[in-house]
Design a protein around this ligand. Structure first.
Ligand SMILES: Nc1ncnc2c1ncn2[C@@H]1O[C@H](COP(=O)(O)OP(=O)(O)OP(=O)(O)O)[C@@H](O)[C@H]1O
Length: 255
């Protein structure tokens, strides 16, 4: 049997005397889009720090393709919360950055990214600087820089958190489309319930810190996901149920 791409079992982690994650267990299969949904400060970014090797777990096991995760030769391409585009580099040279870090020459790296500009809605902007791009375009450039590294799995840390609601909704449709076409294995952390329901095959819902998984929600809705008809009504029902779960620890507290 093929093992999951990523499997976390009984993970606990924190900083000094601050416990952040407790008993986190989850799996992500090849080609799955899985979200970790939790309140601000629950420890979503901390989870990514464990995967990228920036932090060691106090307890538990992380397996990748059935073997202990080797953070030295990371299987992950990571997209951070902010696009982290370098303002002094043209868009094309921002998108080659991950490849250049891997030791590929800028010339070769450009050859690899150039054919992808059209698909990422960035055609004609290759030689512009990041300041000339809209928020959505900047995020697409950051995602291009991430996926072109051709690593086995994508880690997306609230990639659309800074965008306005309309741009964000457009990015959800675009990203789902791209994921369906490329069949990436992806893990998203977010506190946006609608985003998680739109994009995910499965959602792990975190409690407030010290975070544990309080619910696992499979999203069996057809793709591409829509906001209309029976499927749209079912998406709205799932969103409301998840929101109730997320808010339950705060019930009885005055706002
Ligand atoms: N390097 C660090 N040293 C000490 N404490 C930290 C460090 N990084 C994060 N924390 C604390 O750990 C907790 C979890 O932080 P983390 O960034 O993982 O949460 P998050 O769920 O990603 O939050 P947000 O949704 O606001 O980005 C917070 O209380 C934070 O202050």
């Amino acid at each position: 049997m093929t093992p999951p791409r990523l499997e976390l079992t009984g993970i606990a982690a924190g900083y000094a005397d601050l416990p952040v994650l407790q008993d986190i267990s989850l799996t992500i299969g090849p080609g799955e889009f899985v979200s970790i949904l939790g309140p601000s400060g629950a420890g979503k970014s901390t989870l990514f720090r464990l995967l990228t090797g920036a932090l060691k777990p106090a307890r538990g096991e992380i397996l990748f393709d059935g073997r202990p995760l080797d953070t030295g030769s990371s299987p992950f391409a990571f997209m951070p919360q902010r696009d982290a585009l370098m303002p002094w580099r043209r868009i094309i040279d921002n998108t080659t950055l991950g490849l250049e870090v891997q030791g590929i020459s800028r010339h070769q790296a450009r050859k690899r990214v150039e054919p992808l500009f059209d698909e990422f809605g960035l055609s004609g902007f290759e030689r512009h600087y990041p300041s000339a791009l809209s928020g959505g375009m900047r995020q697409r450039a950051a995602l291009l820089r991430t996926v072109v590294q051709n690593r086995p799995m994508l880690l997306l840390d609230e990639p659309f958190g800074a965008l306005d609601a309309l741009t964000r909704a457009g990015m959800h449709r675009w990203l789902e489309n791209m994921w369906m076409r490329h069949q990436w294995t992806a893990m998203l952390v977010t506190h946006d319930v609608r985003e998680a329901v739109h994009l995910s095959d499965r959602i792990y819902v975190l409690s407030p810190r010290p975070a544990a998984i309080i619910e696992v929600v499979d999203i069996p809705l057809p793709r591409p996901r829509v906001r209309t008809g029976v499927a749209g009504a079912e998406a709205a029902r799932i969103e409301t149920a998840i929101l109730d779960t997320l808010l339950s620890p705060y019930e009885g507290q005055s706002s």
